[in-house]
Design a protein around this ligand. Structure first.
Ligand code: S3P
Length: 172
């Protein structure tokens, strides 16, 4: 059935390690929306990894690129969009998202995030050094910035499909 939505896009935000990609994949299997990911789209555009881009050009340039990519994605017809954990750092991004998307904040306690991030070997430039300390610092610095979301989902102890179904229901 066609969905009527003033806030057309369905967007997942949240810290690294909260499951945006995993849950995004499960949602993509349930709804007829094209799925895009801001990080994946940037990697495809540059032809280099996020880690390499950070090393070559620094975080500020990355944030510029990220904002441009977000704007481009939100200008498209309805998308399922997963985002980098830092998408909320810029007020401009939070405003755009609040206006144009149904925003879902995926949340987990720092200890759970640390556990999950320790299990992946994906290179994350912001976690270089003391992973535990970095996660706690970033969690504290951003917790308020994720609050504008339409819904918050605690991702601890739930199955991926259960969360995907709940999110789709909230969005519809
Ligand atoms: C970042 C999160 C990463 C990626 C970049 C910066 C952040 O995405 O955009 O390394 O600032 O939290 P994930 O949240 O998919 O790991």
């Amino acid at each position: 059935a066609p969905m009527e939505h003033s806030k057309r896009h369905l967007v997942l935000i949240g810290m690294m390690g909260t499951g945006k990609t995993t849950i995004g994949q499960a949602i993509a299997a349930q709804v007829p929306l094209p799925w895009k990911d801001t990080d994946q789209a940037l990697v495809a555009k540059w032809g280099c990894s996020i880690a390499d881009f950070f090393a070559l050009y620094g975080e500020e340039r990355f944030r510029e690129e990220e904002t441009q990519m977000l704007e481009a994605c939100l200008a498209e017809p309805s998308l399922l969009l997963t985002t980098g954990g830092g998408i909320v750092l810029r007020e401009q991004n939070r405003q755009l998202l609040a206006e144009r998307a149904f925003v879902v904040h995926l949340d987990a306690e720092p200890e759970e995030i640390i556990r999950r991030l320790t299990q992946t070997n994906e290179e994350r430039p912001l976690l270089k050094g003391d992973l535990r300390q970095r996660v706690y610092d970033i969690y504290e610095a951003r917790r308020e910035l994720y609050r504008f979301a339409d819904v918050r989902v605690d991702t601890t102890g739930k199955s991926i499909d259960e969360m995907a179904t709940a999110i789709v229901r909230a969005w519809q």
